[in-house]
Structure formats: C-alpha cells, structure tokens
Design a protein around this ligand. Structure first.
Ligand code: FBP
Length: 284
C-alpha cells in the first residue's frame, strides 16, 4: 500500500507537509502520516502485536489484546525513512525491528537492547520495491512483483563484502566531526574511495550491504549523539548488517549493546564491512 502511494504521490497530491512537527521537531510530511497510519492500523489489528513504537508517535502504543496469544511481539518502526527525498522521488524506505514480549504488558513496557531483536528489516521503495529481512542466522531479500502484489525471495544467506571502496556520509558536516572521523574520511579520499550519499539511511545502508563499504552518521556539534534513532533506525540496521557478517558500532561499543533509555534516543552510527569499520575505529 505504501509503495503504491509513493508511486502515485504527485498524481494524488500527497506530497508536501502537514504543517506540524513530530516529536523529533521535524516537519511531518503527508506521506509520513499516511505510512504511519497504514502501519499502525495493520499492526494494532493483529493479535500478538502488543507494543508499537513509531518515529511519528511521541509515546509507545499498546495493542488492544495483550496476553491473548502466547506469541507476543513489540514492533518498532520508521514508517518512511529519508522523508527529505519524498518531494524529489528519491529513495525512501520503511525500517522495522521486532522483539518477543513475555507476559501481560498493558501500559508498561521496558525497552530492550538491540541484541534481543528476533527479527529486523527494511523495505526500500526505489526502482523496485524490495524487502531485506534478518532473522537468526539469515538475511534474505525479496522483491515485490507489482503485477501480482506479492514479494518473491531472490536471495538468502546474504553476506556483506569484507571490504568495500564506498564511504557514505554527509560531508557537509565534516568540520564538526570528531578528529578520528576526519582522519578516516581523509584516508578514503587518498585511497580514491567513492563517496555515495542518498540522504536516506535505508538506501545508503542497502548499497553498503550489497557492495561493501561503510555508512556513517557521526556525532556533530549540532547533534552530539548523532541524528539517527536507536530503536527504529540503528538497531534494526545493526541486526541486518551483523547477521550478514558486518559490523555496527557507535564509536563507544556495539550499537546493539546500548541499553535504551528513551523511545526516540539517538546514537552515532558506524555500519558496514568489517575491514572498513575496523579501519575507522582504529582512528577513533
Ligand atoms: P527520517 O527521514 O526518517 O527522519 O530519517 C532520517 C534521515 O533522513 C536518514 O534516512 C538519513 O540517513 C539522514 O536523516 C540524513 O540526514 P542529513 O540530511 O543530516 O544528512
């Protein structure tokens, strides 16, 4: 449904903003709200989905029927990642993270570290609509065939290349990066590495997953903890890349080791091929 809305966006006049800010202080795009509503409706209606956390909602949302089925889940999601690309038909995505939940959690739920995720994934709405899904020990890719409205698996057991010549970072912030990041990026320049930055984490991490390299969102003067959100951007991407043999760090340890303190907390991000991440960490 979201993929269809995106493809018809300019025809249906659903581009532009809704004139109000979300809890992040970002101006909400119409499609952010549409995607959030679609996911909330779909997920809150499912038995077993007892906790929901969205980038677009200030607080956790509790499913209607906690304690009904043995299989209970908490789902965290970024309904539309890369919102700044919407008006220019650039790559955007939906990111999700799933945890198992024990017992009755009516109204009270403690956020868990990323290592406890049982599954995570993203949909990338690009030249094709695809799903990358990580479960224990496997990363698989599926492509939507719009003719039949079904996702078909096209890859399983995906592995990130050990090393890659791509670095993906918003270099406009370079001056306010910590020195170690500046040194690493200077070495990328010297080595003739390729800079690729779509401005959407889903698109940039997907490229690194397939081609190798590293995606960065370092701390900056403006954002000392970086910009990207732990529960529904960094943890799920970390699980996917790590299940595929990569690394996912904050600069002070693994992303998935971070004990969450808030639904919308931010952490610095260093995600990618093990050799590239090691090379960067050695500069920090
Ligand atoms: P949202 O669009 O979900 O708010 O995501 C944040 C994001 O767009 C990431 O996808 C992307 O990596 C980053 O912000 C780009 O930030 P910047 O414009 O500062 O480089």
């Amino acid at each position: 449904m979201i993929s269809g809305k995106l493809k018809r966006a300019r025809l249906e006049d659903v581009l532009g903003d809704v004139g109000r800010e979300n809890v992040q202080g970002e101006v909400q795009q119409k499609l952010d709200v549409i995607a959030n509503d679609i996911l909330m409706q779909m997920l809150t209606g499912r038995d077993g989905v007892v906790v929901l956390g969205s980038e677009e909602d200030e607080r956790l949302v509790f499913g209607a029927r906690s304690g009904v089925t043995d299989e209970q889940f908490a789902v965290f999601f970024d309904p539309l990642d890369g919102s700044s690309n919407l008006d220019v038909a650039g790559g955007v995505g939906t990111i999700f993270s799933i945890y198992r939940v024990e017992g009755d959690v009516s109204g009270d739920y403690t956020l868990c570290p990323g290592h406890e995720q049982i599954a995570a994934g993203y949909f990338l709405y690009g030249s094709s609509t695809l799903l990358v899904l990580a479960t224990a020990g496997d990363v698989s890719m599926f492509v939507l065939d719009p003719a039949v409205g079904t996702f078909f698996r096209v890859a399983t057991g995906m592995q990130i290349p050990a090393q890659g010549s791509i670095y993906s970072v918003n270099e406009a912030n370079l001056d306010s990066f910590p020195d170690g990041f500046k040194r690493y990026i200077a070495k990328c320049h010297e080595a003739g590495a390729s800079a690729r930055y779509a401005g959407a984490m889903v698109a940039d991490v997907h490229r690194v997953l397939l081609k190798g390299g590293v995606f960065l969102y370092p701390p900056t003067a403006k954002a000392p903890n970086g910009k990207l959100r732990l529960m529904y951007e960094c943890n799920p991407m970390a699980k996917i890349v790590k299940e595929a043999g990569g690394r996912a760090e904050t600069g002070n340890g693994e992303i998935m080791d971070v004990t969450p303190t808030a639904l919308h907390q931010r952490v610095p991000v260093i995600i990618g091929s093990p050799e590239n991440v090691d090379a960067l960490l050695s500069e920090l």
